[in-house]
Ligand binder design. Structure first.
Ligand SMILES: [Zn+2]
Length: 268
């Protein structure tokens, strides 16, 4: 990252001196063609990640995710997609140097209700220099979280700022889906280079039946242990007998409990 000190900006890629564009945040280096982003007086390279998914394929990934173990039963069949959109979402991208393990930190460069996307993984090889001619600019969400704010966030999370080797602005492609399920609205994002699904909230499996089952397990095993203790005492603490009751008792109790668990998991 470079400071803007004169009427020239130095390209973060080739160090070529460019004229400062008037009223433009995005520009291109006249020497190497690199995309440059100017945030107040800070200059960073501007990258983009290619989209590999068509809308139908992204929706397919969303349906498969809905059919997963953490989602309510039949969500994949019952959810009604009410709205979908495609956009490139801006993220501040920080990478530490080799001594600090080349760790990548990402911070959304605009507000989002789906904070899960902070957990996104970007393989460094996927970064592509942004080129205006190759993309539809209207699909690019402009950043409104300033570079300085992103840096302060990084400092707050305990990252040593001297270890930051690269700072970039990266636009990441997403399909955003809104869907209805039993009268409520939910949103999910499908990252369109990997197909991964991101969501904060979704119709989850109810936990109550599992809690009841857990309580049932504790009661069952407590009673068996008690039985073993009482019978063992009456047999003058004949240890082998005591252990035998426990092993058979636990094994016997486990069968119906496993069957109940299986049916709860299928039903909920
Ligand atoms: Zn350049």
């Amino acid at each position: 990252m470079n400071e803007l000190t004169s009427s020239k900006i130095v390209c973060p890629q080739c160090a070529g001196e460019n004229e400062v564009p008037i009223d433009e945040k995005f520009t291109e280096c006249v020497f190497c063609g690199s995309a440059i982003y100017i945030d107040k007086r800070k200059i960073v390279s501007h990258f983009v990640i290619n989209s590999n998914f068509k809308k139908e394929d992204a929706e397919g990934n969303l349906r498969r995710w809905m059919a997963g173990n953490f989602q309510v039963k039949d969500l994949d069949k019952l959810a009604k997609i009410s709205q979908s959109s495609f956009y490139y979402f801006p993220m501040w991208y920080f990478k530490t140097d080799k001594s600090a393990g080349e760790t990548i930190y990402l911070q959304p460069a605009t507000s989002t209700s789906i904070s899960e996307i902070k957990k996104i993984n970007i393989p460094a090889g996927n970064l592509k220099v942004y080129n205006k001619k190759e993309f539809n600019e209207s699909e690019f969400v402009p950043p409104d979280v300033l570079f300085d704010s992103a840096q302060s966030w990084l400092k707050e999370t305990g990252v040593n700022m001297d270890s930051i080797a690269t700072s970039n602005l990266v636009h990441i492609p997403f399909y955003q889906f809104h869907y209805d399920y039993s009268g409520k609205q939910y949103a999910a994002l499908v990252e369109s280079s990997s197909g991964k699904v991101y969501a904060n909230l979704w119709p989850a499996k109810s936990e109550a039946p599992f809690r009841i089952l857990f309580a049932l397990c504790i009661v069952a095993f407590f009673l068996i242990s008690l039985l073993a203790l009482v019978v063992g005492a009456s047999m003058n603490h004949f240890l082998a007998f005591d252990m035998g009751i426990k092993i058979f008792g636990y094994g016997f109790a486990a069968i119906p409990l496993i069957i109940i668990a299986y049916f709860i998991a299928k039903k909920v």
